[in-house]
Write a protein that binds this ligand. Structure first.
Ligand code: CAA
Length: 257
């Protein structure tokens, strides 16, 4: 594993996946997400594991999909690469997943946390879908899951402006389960995991599946729609300008083309 660290028994019955690309604020490139997929598949089959915690570092859970890897792609490239099909494993995982979030959880990073089952946030956590600022839109569930989690008006505001939600606001809107001081983040996530790990793993799996069924009815159609629109933005000059401007650390100029 190049970009993640997996600890099978972080605590008895509790596995930890740490996203580990700190210099790039854990930007989610395709290799990193393939490693996450493989780790989740293995942990799901591992009988000694009851609950999985996924975390980043103090600065960032993840600052989004890797812009540098996507910037010059065409809409057809994006459609053919279909990078988010790898991400589908997160929601296919049968065991419960807790995201322990400090710092930035933006774009694909925010979408990643929302694909987990519960979120514990540190006081420094910042959630957002800033794709609009780089000439594109969320592509890994943001328009669907954020809207369901915090309601249409707030989701519109965040997705159309790229503003961030503080940890406190995220808690207020029901996006996260609990907010704790940074130094308590892993302790709190483990406490939650320990409680769940004591329950019947069969009942836990069935309950998770049933909750997701209530939450995710009609989600598939919405996700497919969002994914196509996300790929479609790569046919625009504005997406090229937005991502290039990010890379060159300047303000973008959008032409609507
Ligand atoms: N992709 C690639 N590299 C990224 C990145 C990303 N999403 N986010 C940060 N980085 C890199 C920066 O380019 C920088 O690298 P260099 O040192 O080589 O220049 C390094 O990480 C540190 O970042 P900054 O210098 O920008 O740090 P900052 O503290 O000044 O700003 C930030 C932090 C506000 C998070 C800023 O980095 C930022 O805006 N990042 C992009 C956020 C974003 O737009 N995310 C959405 C991506 S698209 C997406 O996710 C699509 C989807 O739906 C899946």
């Amino acid at each position: 594993m190049e970009f993640i660290i997996v600890t099978e028994q972080y605590y008895p019955g509790i596995a930890l996946i740490q996203l580990n690309r700190p210099k790039e604020l854990n930007a989610l490139n395709r290799k990193l997400m393939e490693e996450v997929r493989d780790a989740l598949q293995a942990l799901d089959k591992n009988e000694g594991v009851r609950v999985i915690i996924i975390t980043g570092n103090e600065q960032a859970f993840a600052a989004g999909a890797d812009i540098k890897q996507m910037a010059d792609k065409s809409a057809i490239d994006m459609l053919l690469i279909d990078q988010f099909s790898t991400w589908d494993q997160i929601r296919r995982t049968k065991k419960p997943i807790i995201a322990a979030v400090s710092g930035f959880a933006l774009g694909g990073g925010c979408e990643f946390t929302m694909m987990c089952d519960m979120i514990i946030a540190s006081e420094t956590a910042k959630f957002g879908q800033p794709e609009i600022k780089i000439g594109t839109i969320p592509g890994a569930g943001g328009t669907q899951r954020l809207t369901k989690a915090i309601g249409k008006a707030k989701a519109m505001e965040l997705i159309l402006t790229g503003r961030f939600l503080s940890a406190e606001e995220a808690h207020f809107y029901g996006l996260v389960n609990k907010v704790v001081p940074v130094e308590m983040l892993m302790h709190e996530a483990v406490e939650l995991a320990k409680e769940i790990a004591q329950m019947s793993p069969v009942a836990v799996q069935l309950a998770k599946e049933a909750i997701n069924r209530s939450f995710e009815t009609q989600l598939d159609e919405g996700l497919a729609f969002e994914r196509k629109n996300f790929y479609l933005t790569f046919a625009s000059a504005d997406q090229k300008e937005g991502m290039q401007a990010f890379i060159e650390k300047r303000k973008p100029t959008y032409t609507g083309k």
